[in-house]
Design a protein around this ligand. Structure first.
Ligand code: ATP
Length: 235
């Protein structure tokens, strides 16, 4: 479904990606793990067209999208939930969700998608008239995910959805991601919380210094001594 090959991205003199390759298959949850600055966010930004790679190729559903414009990429169902949620705090939950459908012309289709987001995220339905800024951190993350659902993802890319959340809330967010996946959406999940991500992922990649250094089924990575030492807090 998504095939990233030999991607290189530089910010001025800083090379963030140095030949990064990964794939996401239909129906998969793929975790992208690595420390601060490893290149995880840059990978998602390159796939969504927000930064331009100097080299490499991004193929989505058979088409080269390496140089496609971001709205075109979203329109094809490749939807990115950025780090830090970025919801609109002075708009209601409902209006935040509607904004996720800015490319949807058909009002009925938009209403259907918003209803679907409410059914996958029932907490949001209870809070629909509340301003985004009054939600808890976990609810704001759910809202950011809900807004992405309204955009109609076939592949959902999530950047650190667990960031700043208490463990119980992290588990709730991971459950929601699994539900979304089971309903038919592939997921590329960037996480520093390797433990939480590997619990729901099918496969994973470990990134260091802008390239993948390890990949495999999530259960194998969770048992790999290098992953345990570096990302799971030792044994
Ligand atoms: P984090 O978890 O901190 O977001 P990350 O693995 O997502 O880390 P990136 O944000 O992709 O890593 O950063 C990769 C490298 O690129 C880092 O060295 C970072 O300092 C650098 N970098 C990222 N964004 C920029 C930018 N806008 N300008 C300059 N350098 C950047």
């Amino acid at each position: 479904m998504l095939e990233v090959s030999d991607l290189e991205v530089s910010y001025g003199g800083v090379q963030a990606l140095r030949g990064l390759s990964l794939t996401v298959g239909e129906g998969e949850i793929v975790a992208l793990l690595g420390n601060n600055g490893a290149g995880k966010t840059t990978t998602l930004s390159a796939v969504s067209g927000l930064v331009r790679p100097g080299a490499g190729r991004i193929v989505y559903e058979g088409d080269d999208i390496t140089r496609a414009a971001p709205p075109k990429i979203v329109g094809r169902g490749l939807v990115h939930v950025p780090e830090g949620r970025r919801i609109f705090s002075t708009l209601t939950v409902h209006d935040n969700l509607l904004l996720g459908g800015y490319l949807v012309r058909d009002a009925k289709e938009l209403a259907r998608r918003v209803d679907r987001a409410y059914s996958l995220l029932p907490k949001l339905a209870e809070r629909r008239a509340q301003h985004g800024g009054t939600l808890s951190g976990g609810e704001q993350q759910m809202l950011a995910i809900g807004r992405a659902l309204v955009a109609g993802p076939r592949l959902l890319m999530l950047d650190e959805p667990s960031m700043g959340l208490a463990p119980l809330i992290v588990a709730a967010v991971m459950d929601v991601i699994r539900d979304i996946n089971e309903a038919g959406t592939a997921v590329l999940l960037v996480e520093q919380n390797a433990k939480a991500a590997l619990k729901i992922a099918h496969r994973g990649y470990v990134i260091e210094n802008g390239r993948c250094v390890l990949d495999g089924p999530a259960a194998d990575l969770a048992a790999d001594s290098r992953v345990v030492e570096a990302y799971l807090g030792g044994v």
